[in-house]
Structures are given as structure tokens and as C-alpha cells.
Design a protein around this ligand. Structure first.
Ligand SMILES: [Cu+2]
Length: 228
């Protein structure tokens, strides 16, 4: 049973290289935690509901002893109504606490400004159908992003035409890239390596090819690369 289910799932998953659940930055790890956390809560609810469902279907099935019996009406049962109202509220609060904490923490406008001076800033321009990156010393690169490892990297995202979406699945979630309004997005402590990046908002005929490579290198290599 397990194998028959696993094989198609593995085949399907191996076809895509979107490794959101294998994050390589603090930002991505916090986001993956939220995915697992909400998924686990959901599974608890699902399992409890299915067990109760199976139990009741069995318990109240029609047998020769209880033919035409109607179950007792539970309308107005305060205890039951309190249980299912409060447990839903409880689950929502449990889900809200880490979600709000991480969302605020990851919002450059709202989070503390401790390491802001240390941050490396990159201007990102999205346009049909490529990405241009401009670094602090004025150097630009197209479809190739180079950032230093273990630092906070602040992206200033702008579009020249339509709405795009900036996405490096292994480092952090998607952010819209809008014409006429700059959005700021931070990736904290990316690990060294090469990651694929893409546009995650259908933006025209060649949208699928609007991809870029992200190279996360040591600070030394980054400075050397900037001077080149
Ligand atoms: Cu695009």
C-alpha cells in the first residue's frame, strides 16, 4: 500500500525543482517552519475528524436491533457547542502566534533595525522578460544575481512594465514586483551555493523563460566580484 502510493508521488515531485521545503536561508527556514506547523495542525484536525467520523458511522449504523431508531437530538447541548467553538478558536490562536511573529519579523518596514547598516542592498528591476540587478557600487548584471552569504540582503524591487514576482524558492518566498511602486524584501543569512530564481507571476508570452541564477558566495568573493 505504502509503496504504491509513494512511487507516483516521488515521480511527480522529482519532476520539479522547487525545493521550498529544503530552505537555505534563515528567512526560508522560518517560512518552511510555518508550512510544516500549519500542515501539522491541519493534520491533527483531519485525523480527529476522520476517527470520530468512522466511529460514529460504525456506532450508529443500522442493525436489526436499532432499526428505525433516531439518534438523540444534540441541539442546544451547551457542553458540546462550547467544545467545538473553543477548540476552533484555540487552534486559530495557536496558528496566529508564530504566523504573526514571523511575518512581522520578516517585514523590513516593521522589524527592528539592528543589522540594517550591515545589510547589502541590491536594486532589482523586472521587465519582460529578464531581470537586472544593480549593486551598491553601480555594477549591474542581467539574469545573474550574486549575493554574499550569512548577511542580510535587502532587495529593492521595481518593474518597468507589468507585474512580475521575484522568487528564489530555496531562499525565500515570492514577492510582487510592481510598476510604479518599490517593494522591499529581505533575505537573511543565505547559505553559499547556486540557486535558481524565477518570475512567479504570469507576465506575458515569454514568462516561463524569465529566470535567473543566484550565486551566494563568501563576502570576500562577493567584494572581488563587485570590483570586476
Ligand atoms: Cu515576469
Amino acid at each position: 500500500m505504502k509503496k504504491t502510493l509513494l512511487t507516483p508521488i516521488l515521480l511527480l515531485l522529482s519532476g520539479c525543482n522547487i525545493t521550498v521545503l529544503n530552505p537555505k536561508s534563515d528567512t526560508g527556514q522560518d517560512q518552511a517552519f510555518l508550512i510544516w506547523f500549519s500542515f501539522s495542525l491541519m493534520m491533527i484536525v483531519l485525523v480527529v475528524v476522520f476517527i470520530l467520523f468512522a466511529r460514529f458511522v460504525w456506532k450508529y449504523r443500522e442493525t436489526s436491533f436499532n432499526k428505525d431508531d433516531l439518534p438523540k437530538d444534540v441541539k442546544g447541548n451547551k457542553k458540546l457547542e462550547l467544545i467545538w467553538t473553543l477548540s476552533a478558536i484555540f487552534l486559530l490562536v495557536v496558528l496566529a502566534v508564530p504566523t504573526i511573529a514571523i511575518t512581522y519579523n520578516q517585514s523590513p518596514e516593521l522589524s527592528s533595525t539592528e543589522d540594517k547598516e550591515e545589510a547589502v542592498h541590491v536594486n532589482v528591476i523586472g521587465q519582460q522578460f529578464y531581470w537586472t540587478f544593480t549593486y551598491e557600487n553601480g555594477k549591474t548584471s542581467t539574469n545573474k544575481l550574486v549575493i554574499p552569504a550569512d548577511k542580510t540582503v535587502t532587495f529593492h524591487l521595481k518593474s518597468k512594465d507589468v507585474i512580475h514576482s521575484f522568487w528564489i524558492p530555496q531562499l525565500a518566498g515570492k514577492t510582487d514586483v510592481l510598476p510604479g511602486k518599490e517593494l522591499i524584501y529581505e533575505i537573511v543569512n543565505p547559505q553559499a551555493g547556486t540557486y535558481e530564481g524565477k518570475c512567479a507571476e504570469f507576465c506575458g508570452l515569454d514568462h516561463a523563460n524569465m529566470q535567473f541564477t543566484t550565486k551566494v558566495v563568501s563576502t570576500k568573493e562577493y567584494e572581488k566580484w563587485l570590483k570586476k
